[in-house]
Design a protein around this ligand. Structure first.
Ligand code: DLZ
Length: 158
């Protein structure tokens, strides 16, 4: 996906790209699967609402958020896939495990996007409590899976 002057001049926030022929890979962490399942459902629903075809959305489960990076790489290296969305939920605990996982995933996902020159979206919740996670995965604060999908569509518009 190369940026051209033409594509830059055509892009506006209100006029999202036609994604009917775009292929999406979604990597989903199995940790806190109640939350990540809701993130996934919202991401798929939003992509389809914006024109993506169900058969063009590919899912890959990984055990935990730490593994999202490698899962993203496996999907990003598939030439036909246009964008990758990573969905996870890491809940703050008493240990430094939280920081290690979050730092690793943030850096890892960034690197995969740069390496393959494709949008690789960080849809990882990092709340203090399970309630905060539920609030952000279909609760009172919306659904981060929806935001992640919109971000992927917007990035494909560049
Ligand atoms: C080990 C661990 C812990 C303590 N907490 C979470 C979490 O809240 N969310 C999550 O997605 N994964 C967690 N994990 C698992 C790690 O992401 C990873 O799967 C293991 O450390 C094995 O590499």
């Amino acid at each position: 996906m190369a940026t051209s002057l033409k594509s830059l001049s055509q892009y506006t926030d209100k006029n999202l790209l036609d994604i009917s022929d775009k292929k999406f890979g979604i990597v989903v962490s199995e940790w806190n699967d109640q939350v990540t399942g809701s993130l996934y459902s919202a991401a798929v629903e939003t992509l389809m609402k914006h024109g993506a075809k169900k058969e063009n959305i590919y899912k890959k489960n990984v055990p935990g958020s730490f593994e999202l990076t490698l899962g993203a790489q496996w999907l990003a290296e598939i030439e036909e896939i246009d964008a990758v969305i990573c969905l996870g939920c890491v809940i703050q605990g008493e240990t430094r495990h939280f920081d290690f996982i979050c730092d690793a995933v943030a850096h890892g996902i960034t690197n995969v996007g740069l390496k393959y020159n494709k949008p690789v979206i960080f849809g990882v919740l990092t709340p203090d409590t399970m309630q905060q996670a539920l609030d952000r995965s279909g609760g009172k604060h919306g659904n981060k899976g929806d935001e992640a999908a919109i971000t992927a569509v917007k990035m494909l518009g560049f």
